[in-house]
Each structure stands twice: as structure tokens, then as C-alpha cells.
Design a binder for this molecule. Structure first.
Ligand SMILES: Nc1ncnc2c1ncn2[C@@H]1O[C@H](COP(=O)(O)OP(=O)(O)OP(=O)(O)O)[C@@H](O)[C@H]1O
Length: 561
């Protein structure tokens, strides 16, 4: 409960940043108090029925009390429904905002090579939405019934109040015990569950390889123990929770029974009226029930607290860097300066002070053996990775410190492992922006992909996602068209000719030459220098252990590391 209390505070803090959220929460709280007032009136009406109506035989009073009873019940029901609607709307609105932030942070987390799957962030958002939209927060608000009920009981007789208070303290203490004994288990079980299901999902994406090589059994055997351990840990936490839940329920019954016994003793000594015995029992139930509900919904609190914590960690670790204005002395084109990068557990840098300037209207060809850091250089140049030191500036703007939606349209990027997203060829080339068919066709023509697309079953409307069945070469040509879309000022291509036939390779070369003629700065990785021979303006050769050198196509110009 302590953790849950902290969590409630954090959620409330986050909500209060937006005035509309705090207004909704305030209204829901107000409705809870009013509803509790209606419900607390009922024991008092019951007492009147017993003490006034039964003893006096006044049926008119009974009719009035019955109407009051009914009206109070209806009002409490309406207030509960309105509160539920408000909380559902609040949950929806918060989830929408969190989903966008979580997705952005998840992408940055994936870029940073985090093993924690970004998809978990969406599951956490859904968990928080369920928590806020369910009745759990309302249960917390309903705890206002506890002090009011205790006060009324005290006014009826202090013994009543003491018994109810003891029950409340016992139930709350059980909640604390439950939280302390299972919190660690829940967290570890939930984290393991997220990890194992993400691992399995990742492996199942390689379905053809798993089936082709008969590896499914081996994969499942590796996955099963982790999954079983996670489920077993969750079960142990649940078993403890069930035990505490049982004791909690019995505590409520014991409190009510004790209240009746004490009430009867007090009534026989004429210290309270007989009607107050029933009323006190009902009030004790009203005072303890919200605390019991909060304890019983402990799992929801614990899961929401975990989701909230994970979300906070993700957002804090992968916050968007502050955008900086362009440098006053910035060069046009791409300026990569002193880039050094060492893999997380690597002993030697992959890139060591690599420096290269790619002016507009030029082609820089990056060559080097496998693993020499060519793709890494491209990712660093685009600001997709954090270097150990050094910078990359596009038109004087640090590519790591600029809003991605601002810099993205100025960049054409073809990664080595080209992936198309679910959607049509047209949408993929047009980067899922507003449909501009002419610009899409122009980019496809430039990439030499237009005729190939025309031969697809539905042309530009053909599905292009991962399961659409396009060949690697087709995907690469469409990926090249996507890179060229919108005439970007920087073209960064990782082996654009790889996997293409002779015609496709010539088309890729022609596309880069056309982009250069249009004024783009082109940075191209290739394992086929012959294709580019005589066509490029500068060579950057990467070697082992971070060594590098730039050359004019026919003579060396600068040397590093
Ligand atoms: N996220 C990462 N975590 C750890 N190591 C990485 C990471 N990214 C790259 N590396 C390492 O950096 C080195 C360079 O990788 P990179 O992909 O840049 O090579 P490359 O020159 O493009 O190779 P290839 O020609 O085979 O495509 C490799 O040793 C690789 O294992």
C-alpha cells in the first residue's frame, strides 16, 4: 500500500500538470463525497424506522422514510455512474497522451540498443488506462466514508467507534503486509513476463528459418524455463494475496458481529437505542468496506505502480534531446567531425575520430571490410546513435539535437536491412504523409522502380508490409524510392545496389547521380567500388580498429587514426 500510495501521488502529480485532468479528478472526488453522504444517511434512516416507526407504529413516517431511502439510493447510483464516466474519459485522454510519448521513447530506446522491448511501453500504457478507467481510484475516493462513518459512530457511542476503528486499522495493516511480502515478487514476475514474451515474439518473427531448420523445438525449450519461472513467481504472489484477501473479508465480518454484540449489550444497559445496533453495524460496514476494497484491489495498484515506474524510467532514460538552433558558422551539407564510438562492451573503438565533410552536390563513397563501422558511421551521421565524442551537423544543425519531424523530410535514408511498413507501396514511398502521388511516382522513376511497381498485382496500391511477399530486390528498390522522396538535401544509402540485378544496380547509380545533380549531399556505403568508379567526388575508407582515411577518387587527401 505504501508503494501504491506513492504511485497515486505520482499519477495525481502528472494529471495535475494539465488543468483539465485535475478538474476531472476534483469533480470525481466531489461526487464520491456526495455519494458517501447519501449512503451514510441510510443507516440513520434505518435507525429511525426501528426506533420511531416500529415502536410508535407510525406508517406515514415509514412512507416518508422509504421515499427518502429510495431517493438517496437513486442519487448515489447516478453519482456513481457519472463518476465512472468521468474516470473512463480521463483514462482515455491520459492514455492517448502517454501512448505518443511512450512510442517516441520506445523508438529512441530501440535505437540505443536497449534490450527492453519498446512494445512493453504500450502494454504499460494499456495497464495504466485499465487502472484509471476501472473502479480502483474510485475506491480510494470512497475512503472518505471512513472518517465520516467513524465520527457518526462516535456520536452514537464511543464503543462503536473504537470497534470500527480497530477493524479499519487491522484491514489497513493487512494491506501493508500484503504489499511488503509480494511487491518484489510481482515486479520480478512482471519484468520476466515482459522479457520472455518479447523474446518469443522476436524469434517467431523468423518463422521460415525456425521451420526450415527445424529449430522451433529448441527455441521453445530455451524459452519454457524462463516462462515457467515467471508464471511460478506470479502464482506465489497470487497465493499470498489470496490468503490476505480471505483474512480481510473475515475481519469485516468479525467487526460487524462484534458491533452487534456490543450494541446489544449497550442497549440492554439503555446506553443506546435498539435501532442504533443495526445502524452501527451498517456504518461499520461503510467505514471498513472502502479500505477492504483498496486492499483487495491491491494487485491492480501493484501492477499500475510497476507500469508507471517502468514508463517513468523509459521516458527519463530516453527523453528527446533538446532541439538546438543551427550553428551560426555551420557549413552547408553534412559535416561529420571527430566521431568516436565504442560498442557498449567493446574494448576498441569502431570509429576513432572519423571526420568527413560532404558538401551539397557531391557523392562520398564509404568503403571498408565487414564490421569496419560503415553502417555505424551512417547511423551516427544521422543522429540515430549517441557517439562517445564528436558531432554530425546537417546544414549547421546537430543531427542529434533537432526535432526528428523537422530533420526527417530533409533526409533520404536507405538502411542496410531495408524494411517496409504495413501499408501500400504508395504510402511507403510517400512516408505515410499526405498523399502526393506525383511526388511518389517521381521518386519511384528516379529509383528505377516505376516499371517494377507497375508490374505488381495492384501497382502502387499493392501491399508492401513485412508479410506482403515482396522480394528483397523489390523492397530495396522501393526503399530507395522512399529515400529519394521529397528531394532530400542529404542522401544516406547503405549498400543501395546490394541484391539488385545489373539493371537495378545501374538504376541505383543513376538515382544517386541525379540526386547529386539536384544538389543533395550523398553519403553512400558500398562493397562494389567498381560500380561507382569515376562517379564519386570523395572516398572514405574505414579500416580495422577505427582507422580511416579520406581520399579524392584518385589521390589521398587526409589520414586519421
Ligand atoms: N548496437 C551495437 N551494439 C554492439 N556492437 C555494435 C552495435 N552496432 C554495431 N556494432 C559493432 O560495430 C562493428 C561495426 O558494425 P557495422 O554494422 O557498422 O559494420 P559494417 O562496416 O557496416 O559491416 P558490414 O559491411 O558487414 O555491413 C561491428 O563489430 C558490430 O558488431
Amino acid at each position: 500500500m505504501i508503494r501504491a500510495g506513492t504511485m497515486a501521488g505520482e499519477v495525481a502529480q502528472a494529471l495535475s500538470r494539465a488543468p483539465a485532468f485535475s478538474g476531472v479528478l476534483g469533480t470525481a472526488f466531489g461526487l464520491s463525497v456526495a455519494r458517501q453522504a447519501c449512503l451514510l444517511g441510510m443507516p440513520l434512516l434505518t435507525m429511525h424506522v426501528f426506533d420511531g416507526v416500529i415502536e410508535g407504529g407510525n406508517l406515514d413516517t415509514l412512507a416518508v422514510l422509504a421515499v427518502c431511502f429510495f431517493v438517496a439510493l437513486v442519487m448515489a447510483g447516478v453519482m456513481r455512474a457519472v463518476r465512472a464516466m468521468l474516470m473512463a474519459a480521463l483514462a482515455e485522454s491520459l492514455a492517448r497522451r502517454l501512448t505518443v510519448e511512450a512510442l517516441e521513447a520506445a523508438v529512441r530506446s530501440a535505437l540505443a540498443g536497449s534490450r527492453r522491448p519498446g512494445l512493453a511501453a504500450l502494454q504499460d500504457t494499456a495497464e495504466l488506462r485499465r487502472f484509471l478507467g476501472g473502479g480502483t481510484i474510485a475506491d480510494l475516493f470512497d475512503m472518505t466514508a471512513t472518517p465520516i462513518g467513524l465520527l457518526v459512530l462516535w456520536m452514537m457511542h464511543p464503543v462503536y467507534a473504537v470497534i470500527a476503528l480497530a477493524a479499519c486499522v487491522t484491514i489497513a495493516a493487512l494491506g501493508v503486509v500484503l504489499d511488503h511480502t509480494t511487491r518484489g515478487m510481482m515486479r520480478s514476475a512482471s519484468d520476466r513476463q515482459v522479457k520472455t514474451s518479447a523474446e518469443l515474439q522476436g524469434r517467431l518473427r523468423q518463422a521460415d528459418m525456425l521451420e526450415g531448420l527445424g529449430m522451433l523445438g529448441a527455441v521453445v525449450r530455451r524459452w519454457e524455463p524462463a516462462q515457467a519461472a515467471s508464471l511460478a513467481e506470479g502464482d506465489r504472489a497470487q497465493a499470498r494475496a489470496r490468503a490476505v484477501r480471505g483474512i480481510t473479508e473475515y475481519s469485516s465480518y468479525i467487526a460487524q458481529g462484534t458491533m452487534v454484540v456490543a450494541g446489544v449489550i449497550l442497549a440492554t444497559h439503555h446506553q443506546v437505542s435498539p435501532g442504533s445496533v443495526i445502524a452501527a453495524s451498517m456504518l461499520a460496514n461503510s467505514a471498513t468496506a472502502p479500505i477492504a476494497r483498496v486492499v483487495l484491489s491491491w494487485r491492480d495498484w501493484a501492477m499500475a505502480a510497476l507500469a508507471w515506474r517502468r514508463m517513468q524510467e523509459l521516458l527519463a532514460d530516453h527523453a528527446a534531446p533538446d532541439a538546438l538552433p543551427p550553428a551560426a558558422d555551420g557549413h552547408p551539407g553534412l559535416w561529420v567531425r571527430d566521431l568516436t564510438w565504442t560498442p557498449p562492451e567493446g574494448a576498441r573503438p569502431v570509429l576513432d575520430g572519423t571526420t568527413v565533410y560532404c558538401p551539397p552536390g557531391t557523392i562520398t563513397l564509404v568503403l571498408g571490410p565487414n564490421g569496419s563501422g560503415k553502417s555505424t558511421l551512417l547511423r551516427l551521421a544521422l543522429g540515430l546513435m549517441q557517439p562517445d565524442s564528436g558531432t554530425a551537423e546537417l546544414e549547421g544543425q546537430d543531427t542529434r539535437q533537432v526535432a526528428r519531424d523537422v530533420i526527417g523530410p530533409r533526409i533520404g535514408y536507405l538502411p542496410q536491412d531495408v524494411q517496409l511498413l504495413d501499408g501500400s507501396v504508395l504510402q511507403n514511398i510517400g512516408r505515410f504523409g499526405p498523399e502526393e502521388a506525383e511526388a511518389v511516382v517521381a521518386a519511384a522513376r528516379m529509383a528505377g522502380a516505376h516499371d517494377m511497381i507497375g508490374r505488381l498485382p495492384q501497382g502502387y496500391a499493392t501491399e508492401a508490409g513485412p508479410t506482403a511477399g515482396l522480394s528483397m530486390g523489390q523492397k530495396r528498390m522501393i526503399g530507395l524510392a522512399r529515400a529519394l522522396y521529397g528531394a532530400p538535401s542529404l542522401l544516406v544509402l547503405d549498400e543501395p545496389e546490394a541484391g539488385l540485378d545489373r539493371e537495378g544496380r545501374q538504376a541505383a547509380l543513376a538515382a544517386v547521380l541525379a540526386a547529386r545533380a539536384a544538389g543533395a549531399a550523398c553519403l553512400v556505403v558500398s562493397h562494389d567500388p567498381g560500380l561507382w568508379h569515376g562517379q564519386v567526388d570523395q572516398l572514405l575508407r574505414l579500416g580495422p580498429r577505427g582507422s580511416w582515411q579520406t581520399e579524392a577518387p584518385d589521390k589521398p587527401a587526409a589520414r586519421g587514426a
